[in-house]
Design a protein around this ligand. Structure first.
Ligand SMILES: *Cc1c(COP(=O)(O)O)cnc(C)c1O
Length: 485
């Protein structure tokens, strides 16, 4: 429990005259401020800063840091987001002075270590994806999507195929997919899913023609299902002259098992902050490297890292490039952590990561499906989508109630109400490092919540400092500063 002081703001705790430390008296002869600064710049009274002792400040921030849930403190089964444990060795590696203190304006010769790491990362991501060339520049998965689609648009312009205007996207896709396609100037067309969550082949074929530029697909998809028709889909899109974009946010389920390039993808993005264990949350930081087939390589953003006989260099001389999409080399801090993770595991280790992610999700699915139906089936990849639809009809308990009540029990909520094609959806992704004990505890808690009083659940969470904020208002009109009442 928190005492009442712990929930107060620093300004509310302020007591005149309190100090964290006392400076010795000034021994420099004072000159009036007006002699040093133009008159209108001189403050007439000191700024109204909170006055506090050091322990007050430390407790304030330590308490604040615990009003949130994190992978380091709680099980965090937030589907789609892949909230993996963040190995601490990645942090030590990223904090090395040669990694943390390099400056992007240093000459290439003095950046050889960082450039080598980035070059090797390009090679590694090409290999894992089964594709030919990589840009590390995009700052997030969504920006990777946009970048790859701009690359595709540049390719079609360059090869006089401007009539290819359509991007096909399954209705189970992440919202960023249609947004990226629209921002890149394409017309988006939705392709239906079957009740099992796969691409509806009839609907797909009815929408495939010579105006299709790209088919954007997430595989495994957001329902945690691997679409076995993917090769057929890719072949048909290729026959029609289009390309396949693979949203690689779910690569953690297939690392080392299969490669997007092998099942027909021409372009893809990675989310190193998901797949390769980079810490993320609250909107960042992330990275969104893209991998593409050789024919698209000339259009990738500039610069790329090149290896030459005299060392590594940033190559800007790329006349067909779409240009920069991000300052400097991208979010290198995230890439350094991902590199550390990949090298720690090695090829066999990465494959085991994927196998364990799938094993954990299937174990949890087998326990949970007795409480909540999972409309898409008895097996899944790295995540699954359970439905609280029946529970809502029977007892008035919604997916939101369950998610909120889980917070009281020390679990982060699963993703709720996404994807929209499942009623009262709860999208659960345990990640591979959760133990059987923590998965069992989560199952037991979910079961317990379904037995609780619906009215009580509508007001959950009961133990957090804020219960149910207006999430839309919090995002649209955030209050970011404190004002006295
Ligand atoms: C997370 C995610 C994205 C977007 O990635 P960001 O790095 O958050 O921009 C796109 N597609 C899917 C399926 C995702 O899960």
């Amino acid at each position: 429990m928190r005492n009442t002081l712990a929930t107060k703001l620093l300004f509310e705790l302020s007591q005149p005259g309190r100090r964290a430390g006392l400076m010795p008296a000034c021994d420099v002869p004072e000159r009036p401020a007006e002699e040093l600064l133009p008159g209108e710049c001189v403050a007439v009274k000191p700024p109204p800063l909170p006055e506090l002792a050091e322990p007050d400040v430390v407790r304030h921030y330590a308490n604040l840091s615990q009003q949130n849930m994190s992978v380091d403190t709680h099980t965090y089964p937030l589907g789609s987001c892949t909230m993996k444990y963040n190995p601490k060795r990645n942090e030590r590696f990223a904090a090395l002075p040669g990694m943390a203190n390099v400056h992007p304006y240093q000459p290439d010769e003095s950046l050889q270590g960082m450039l080598q790491l980035l070059y090797e990362m390009q090679e590694i991501l090409a290999e894992i994806g089964g594709l030919d060339a990589v840009s590390l520049q995009p700052a997030a998965g969504a920006q990777g999507e946009l970048t790859a689609l701009l690359v595709a648009a540049a390719y079609y312009r360059d090869t006089h195929q401007e009539s290819r205007r359509k991007v096909l996207i399954p209705d189970s896709a992440h919202g960023t997919n249609p947004a990226s396609a629209a921002m890149a100037g394409f017309d988006t067309v939705t392709v239906k899913s079957t009740p099992k969550g796969y691409v509806d082949m009839d609907d797909f074929r009815s929408k495939l023609d010579e105006t299709v530029a790209v088919f954007m697909i997430t595989n495994p998809n957001t329902l945690g299902m691997f679409d076995r028709e993917i090769k057929r889909i890719a072949d048909e899109v290729h026959e029609a002259g289009g390309m396949i974009y693979l949203d690689g946010a779910n690569m953690n389920a297939i690392l080392g098992v299969t490669r997007p390039g092998d099942f027909g993808a021409d372009m893809m993005h990675y989310n190193p902050h998901k797949t390769f264990s980079g810490p993320h949350g609250g909107g960042g930081p992330g990275a969104g490297p893209i991998a593409v087939r050789a024919k698209l390589e000339p259009y990738l953003p500039s610069p790329v890292v090149e290896k030459t006989p005299s060392g590594y260099r940033l190559a800007y001389d790329r006349p067909k490039s779409i240009g920069r999409v991000r300052s400097f080399f991208g979010n290198t801090g995230v890439l350094v952590r991902a590199y550390s993770y990949i090298c720690t595991h090695g090829p066999d280790g990465l494959k085991r990561v994927a196998e364990n992610a799938v094993l954990n999700a299937n174990y949890l699915l087998s326990r949970v499906k007795h409480i909540f139906p999972v409309p898409q089936g008895d097996r899944c990849m790295h995540e699954f989508v359970a439905s609280a639809g029946q529970l809502k009809a029977d007892k008035g308990i919604s997916a939101m109630d369950i998610g909120k009540r889980l917070l009281d029990h020390g679990f982060h909520a699963p993703t709720v109400y996404f994807p929209p094609i499942v009623k009262e959806a709860m999208m659960v992704e345990p990640t591979e490092t959760e133990s059987k004990a923590s998965l069992d505890a989560l199952t037991a808690t979910l079961f317990r919540i379904t037995e609780e009083d619906a009215e009580f659940l509508h007001d959950a969470p009961h133990t957090t400092s804020t219960s149910r904020p207006d999430e839309v208002a919090a995002a649209r009109t955030p209050v970011l500063s404190w004002k006295p009442e």
